[in-house]
Design a protein around this ligand. Structure first.
Ligand code: FES
Ligand code: FES
Length: 169
């Protein structure tokens, strides 16, 4: 028998997203990706495969990239969630990783881009001077159907340059 959503158990969860605490009543099995998009209207987090394969839904949990389609929202309680909007949401003043994608023409349709941005933002903190090979490895878990990846790899290195410049100012 299929349980309807109406009878699904729910819980009150406290979720900190992009620095803001939200208190939400959600079904216990509702995914973090769905809560971000549907409850918080943070639709920058994209959902592609829903199986942990494509990386489009990547957000940061305490600064580490995670697949939000593989987590229940309740599991994110007590952690800091950062979505692509938390990295940068001002088109006039893009964040360094976003600027790198602009500089390197690292996107076409843009569907995959938020997952790359959140992944690379965390990566260049860990490795501020990635080689081309390291940059390629850093994005190897994210799929893009449009670009052929080379410009995304360039964007990883460009983002690292921009972050280093920002840190030295
Ligand atoms: S939608 Fe989560 S990894 Fe593809
Ligand atoms: S830019 Fe279209 S999927 Fe990557």
């Amino acid at each position: 028998m299929t349980e309807s959503l109406d009878t699904e158990p729910t819980s009150t969860i406290r979720l900190t997203v992009n620095g803001t605490l939200h208190v939400l009543e959600v079904p216990d099995r509702k995914l973090l990706s769905d809560v971000l998009r549907q409850d918080l209207e943070l639709t920058g987090t994209h959902v592609g495969c829903e199986h942990g394969v494509c990386g489009a839904c990547t957000v940061q949990l305490d600064g580490e990239p995670v697949r939000s389609c593989l987590m229940f929202a309740g599991s994110a309680q007590g952690h800091e969630v950062t979505t692509v909007e938390g990295i940068g949401d001002d088109p006039e003043h893009p964040a360094d990783v976003q600027q790198a994608f602009i500089d390197c023409h690292g996107l076409q349709c843009g569907f995959c881009t938020p997952g790359f941005i959140t992944t690379i933002d965390a990566y260049i903190d860990e490795n501020p001077h990635p080689s081309e090979e390291e940059a390629r490895e850093a994005v190897s878990g994210n799929l893009c159907r449009c670009t052929g990846y080379q410009n995304i790899v360039s964007a990883v290195q460009r983002a690292a340059e921009l972050r280093a410049e920002g840190a030295s100012q």
